[in-house]
Ligand binder design. Structure first.
Ligand SMILES: [Zn+2]
Length: 228
């Protein structure tokens, strides 16, 4: 039985790589200078490079279950996502941070259900989205959609607790973007700070940037006047 994955690796080197050889050479010689830190859910249906039309060297990617941002605290531990945020901001000096959630997100759905007792790390990790959950037992598609979007805003709030992020956002050298990708439509809805809700990219006049106003607690309230 042929090893399909091995075949794909071989095809990459013989067919795809030559088309980009000089670009990768340049990225090695000059180093990477991505402008964007993209924090996305691990879901296989979210394909950041396809979505943004980005090429090699353009996105510094962090992916985890739910596209969550852990709190900035002094706790010891192996904080992979926090470490990536620090590196992207302090070392790479990215100009924007995108937090990208999506439709049909298993992490968000799991907020309304039970997680296997064997998945103790997953269970704890999901708490990072807890505050976005709405007080309903059986969430329908609309509640799930709103929860997915609220979770994105919650992560933006948490990003602002990172001193190096807040400092740059307030200085105008770093922008935060909240996105919600609808898989079946191929459409990104961007968080509009002024409107306190998500707007389809086709109707938006920017990619969801601010100036991001420090802490928008009202954005997380369950208010019928906003789409959240
Ligand atoms: Zn997801």
């Amino acid at each position: 039985m042929p090893d399909e994955l091995l075949q794909r690796l071989q095809r990459f080197q013989t067919d795809a790589f030559p088309l980009h050889r000089s670009h990768f050479r340049h990225l090695v010689d000059d180093g990477q200078h991505p402008m964007t830190l993209f924090i996305g859910c691990s879901d296989s249906r979210l394909v950041p490079y396809l979505l943004t039309g980005a090429g090699p060297g353009e996105l510094f990617l962090v992916r985890n279950v739910g596209a969550f941002v852990p709190p900035h605290d002094q706790s010891q531990g192996f904080h992979g996502t926090a470490a990536a945020i620090e590196f992207a901001v302090l070392n790479l000096s990215v100009k924007r941070i995108v937090v990208c959630g999506h439709s049909h997100c298993g992490a968000i759905r799991a907020l309304y259900g039970d997680v296997s007792p064997a998945a103790k790390h997953l269970s704890q990790w999901l708490e990072l989205g807890r505050e976005a959950a709405l007080p309903v037992a059986e969430p329908g598609p609309d509640v799930l959609r709103r929860t997915e979007q609220r979770a994105v805003v919650l992560q933006l709030e948490r990003l602002m607790d990172y001193p190096m992020v807040r400092e740059r956002v307030e200085a105008g050298t770093l922008a935060l973007h909240g996105w919600h990708y609808v898989i079946e439509d191929g459409e990104v809805h961007v968080f509009d700070v002024q409107r306190g809700g998500f707007v389809p990219a086709a109707q938006a006049d920017n990619a969801g940037t601010g100036p991001y106003v420090a802490h928008q607690p009202e954005a997380l309230q369950d208010d019928e006047s906003t789409r959240l």
